[in-house]
Write a protein that binds this ligand. Structure first.
Ligand code: 8GP
Length: 829
């Protein structure tokens, strides 16, 4: 392994300790060494942030050590590997998660306290890595944690954006976006690999060439950019396995623009080179709507091309030909964003490896699997043919070729049903011709997964009906899950300790099914007492946060009622706000005696709106004006408060979720593919008020209807309700609250008209009016349950106890066994 001879290797081993040690003295020494030599501060004078940096480097050393062992082990065993391609990973903070997964949190806490620092305080110094928008991106992060924990030989690939998701700043109740230049203070969690670089080509032309009597296509690029690897070690829990999340950054290529230097245009040429870096400069903040922008397509191809080169290089290191490629490589497309990988693998196998069409196609069909995260046709990516043709001329040819062959096959199978042929074609005809990325992904993948059972049904009967009828065997689902390491162990240490105590083991941290064991104690008064205490601790933490952030003092006796997620009309934050207005209105009209019976509530809403999404931004403003009115109304006091939590992100979620009593998941049935925030709330013993949508349907099976507050139209009822249009009866209370907004009760009368128009009469596509009465009933049921403390606590325990199915460990195991067909590869060294 060490190049020149046994003697050198032995000498190097002699110089190293076998493993880094984790006793308090060694840790203190290592931290201080990093203060001095990495952070370059005096070990007698450093602040919390510098201590955090030193600590992070100390943890990083230990991560690298395990990461090396794992990579060497994988390389020796050469197992089939999973390559997880995703344009978004929402990792949040790394410190606490890392030390917990490495099993050395307490040792670090001890070492730090002896140096006069508190672990928790230092952990707060870390900024979030927000390289993703929302559900899809956090799911990728949870799945990486599970892949590592379950010892799967996997690598994640993505983009190292310099600007993460914008920071949300609220000024006068309006959302403003600020850039998140998150690398400003350095990032100790990544390792720059200056030697792992690949050239990525763009633009140019395709020519024909003859080699040994065979004709080949040659792509002569017009621009070249370098992709540099940044490795982010992802430690598993309870294992030495530490896998790699490899993110690519764009750097100018040395091969770039030689012409310009030669013609003497040196300054311009250097300035132009810098443009290359813009490819990985920012994360697009629109989750869902797709706009066919060139930079976005460049990002997609850039990360796909670098990853595919890396994958093929790794394979070729061990294999002489491509025979075994499908037995060694599984490529997972996280939504359609990485789907250019299909055309890219095809291109490499055809034009560079000269395998011939049949063989290349045969390989492609065996290695790709595709997961879609949406239910809406509008959210499916389409790339204008002109754009594709100019940026990636060879790929467009390949896509046309795949499509031609598919259409020929299809005609044989279904005959000349031109409508259906047109619907299934990769190429959408029309004023602007488009490439339909989802169609390409389905045609070329062996498996298409939905993210919940209901989602999968909708894919089969609606979104991808034509494809399902052709290839029923391709369609599956893997209900999403979240990792209990992050969402209980890191974010809710008190609950973690309590669960371990009552189960008599920490094994549930790796084996979530054990949580069921809590059911045996569900009526135990001692457990109830401790359970309530844990909730209280977390509510105190959340209340303090609210006070520092907004100056608002909230009562701990109130029900903390939370809705946090991206702002979308279908997620119906508006329904929540209308419900709050209704509650306020009712309280205002009550006499003193009736008011005594009101269950006090602190309503908490958080989430970002895409910068160009007007309606979502209006909902944020509405939340603020309503909150202002209610919170300033002394007559109401603690009976009702409404707080908007700005800049909702992973670390804010870690604080909010454990402190919630009730959480709301209000999507109109049939619109939320799965939903994952509900799973985090559930694990934390928070009760759910929800529609029967996405994965909630599966939660009902685990928790029981009687332990949740369900409401609203079911998925098969929505079409009929919409059809009724203006004839649909909506409750008077609904009309009244909308009227209050229209009449300017909360100010900005004109500004909110368009918002009101969207929810009245036949415009009410998301059925707020139709679901309002049932929503209020569910809210009333929640109030009733909350006053019965014992019942509430029991429901809370049962929620956590039944949340096991929603661990990403289960999801990943299903993917591994059924879709990727990979085996664990545990590193014991
Ligand atoms: C989300 C779905 O809306 C959510 O229901 C699901 O739980 C989550 O994915 C994980 O599967 N979808 C997206 O976040 C999404 O489509 N994002 C756009 C960037 C594509």
């Amino acid at each position: 392994e060490f190049g020149d001879g046994k003697g050198k290797a032995e000498r190097m081993f002699g110089l190293m300790d076998v493993f880094l040690k984790n006793d308090p003295i060694t840790l203190q020494k290592d931290i201080l060494d990093h203060v001095e030599f990495t952070v370059a501060k005096s070990r007698f004078n450093f602040d919390d942030f510098e201590a955090y940096q030193a600590l992070a480097h100390c943890v990083r050393d230990r991560l690298i050590e395990r990461w090396h062992d794992t990579q060497i082990h994988f390389s020796k065993k050469d197992p089939k590997r999973l390559y997880f391609l995703s344009l978004e990973f929402l990792m949040g903070r790394s410190l606490s998660n890392s030390v917990i997964n490495l099993g050395i949190r307490d040792q670090f806490a001890d070492a730090l306290s002896q140096l006069g620092f508190e672990f928790e305080v230092l952990a707060e110094q870390e900024g979030d890595a927000c390289l993703g928008n929302g559900g899809l991106a956090r799911l990728s992060a949870c799945q990486m944690d599970s892949l590592a924990t379950l010892d799967y030989p996997a690598i994640g690939y993505g983009l190292r954006y310099q600007y993460g998701l914008f920071r949300q700043v609220i000024l006068d109740g309006f959302q403003h976006e600020q850039p998140d230049y998150w690398l400003n203070f350095g990032n100790p969690w990544e390792i720059e690999r200056v030697h792992i670089t690949y050239t990525v080509k763009f633009y140019g032309t395709v020519t024909d060439e003859v080699l040994n009597g065979e004709k080949y296509k040659v792509w002569v690029p017009g621009e070249m950019v370098e992709a540099v690897a940044y490795d982010n070690p992802i430690p598993g829990y309870g294992t030495r396995n530490t896998i790699d999340l490899r993110l690519w950054a764009a750097k100018p290529s040395d091969q770039h623009d030689m012409e310009a230097y030669n013609t003497g245009d040196y300054v311009d040429a250097v300035v132009n080179r810098q443009r290359a870096e813009s490819i990985s400069s920012l994360l697009y903040p629109d989750d869902r709507s797709y706009q066919g922008k060139e930079l976005r397509l460049k990002q997609q191809y850039f990360f796909v091309s670098a990853s595919v080169q890396d994958i093929i290089r790794r394979f070729k290191d061990k294999h002489k030909n491509f025979d075994e490629f499908p037995e060694k490589v599984a490529l997972q497309l996280n939504d359609t964003h990485p789907s250019l990988a299909i055309a890219e693998v095809m291109r490499v196998l055809l034009d560079e490896e000269h395998l011939g069409r049949k063989r290349a196609w045969d390989i492609v069909c065996k290695i790709f699997s595709f997961t879609t995260h949406t239910v809406s046709t509008d959210a499916l990516e389409k790339i204008p043919v002109d754009l594709m043709g100019s940026l990636l001329p060879r790929h467009l040819q390949i896509i046309y070729d795949i499509n031609f062959n598919f259409m020929e096959e299809l005609k044989k199978m279904i005959g000349l049903d031109y409508d259906r042929l047109a619907r299934m074609s990769i190429v959408e005809e029309g004023a602007v011709k488009n490439i339909r990325m989802a169609n390409m992904s389905i045609i070329c993948s062996h498996t298409v997964n939905g993210v919940s059972r209901l989602h999968s049904e909708l894919l089969k009967t609606k979104l991808f009906k034509d494809f399902y009828e052709l290839w029923p065997h391709k369609f599956h689902y893997k209900t999403n899950g979240v990792t209990q390491r992050r969402w209980i162990v890191v974010s809710n240490p008190s609950l973690c300790a309590l669960i371990s105590k009552w189960l008599g083991t920490e094994a549930w941290i790796r084996d979530i099914d054990l949580l069921i064991g809590l059911r045996a104690h569900v009526t135990n008064a001692k457990l109830h007492q401790e359970w309530k205490m844990v909730k209280k601790v977390n509510k105190v933490r959340l209340a303090e946060y609210i006070e520092t952030m907004s100056g608002l003092k909230v009562s701990l006796d109130a029900m903390f009622d939370v809705q946090t997620k991206r702002m979308h009309e279908y997620k119906r934050q508006l329904l929540n706000i209308l419900g709050i207005i209704h509650r306020y209105d009712c309280i205002k009209n009550m006499n003193k005696n009736d008011r005594k019976k009101v269950v006090p509530r602190v309503c908490i809403i958080g989430g970002k709106a895409a910068p160009g999404y007007e309606m979502a931004k209006k909902i944020i403003k509405l939340c603020h004006v309503v909150g202002e009115k209610i919170n300033k109304d002394n007559d109401i006091g603690d009976l009702l408060k409404l707080v908007f939590i700005p800049d909702y992100n992973v670390s804010v979620a870690e604080l909010v979720i454990p402190g919630a009593d009730l959480s709301q998941h209000l999507s109109t049935a049939g619109h939320e593919a799965s939903g994952t925030s509900s799973m985090k709330y559930l694990m934390n013993g928070c009760l759910l008020l929800a529609t029967e949508d996405g994965s909630t349907i599966e939660m009902i099976e685990e928790i029981g209807k009687e332990n949740m507050f369900l409401f609203g139209a079911k998925v098969d009822e929505t079409a009929a309700l919409r059809e009724k249009g203006p004839a649909l009866k909506v409750p008077l209370q609904f009309l009244r609250v909308v009227r209050m907004i229209r009449d300017g009760h909360f100010g900005l009368k004109d500004y909110f008209q368009s918002l009101c128009d969207k929810i009245e009469g036949e415009n009410d596509y998301f059925l707020l009016g139709a679901d309002f009465a049932s929503y209020l009933e569910a809210q009333a049921a929640a109030d009733k349950a909350f006053v019965d403390e014992e019942r509430w606590t029991k429901m809370s325990i049962l929620s956590a106890a039944g949340s096991g199915r929603f661990s990403s460990d289960r999801t990943i195991q299903e993917y591994a066994e059924k879709t990727w067909r990979i085996q664990p590869c545990r590193c014991n060294s």
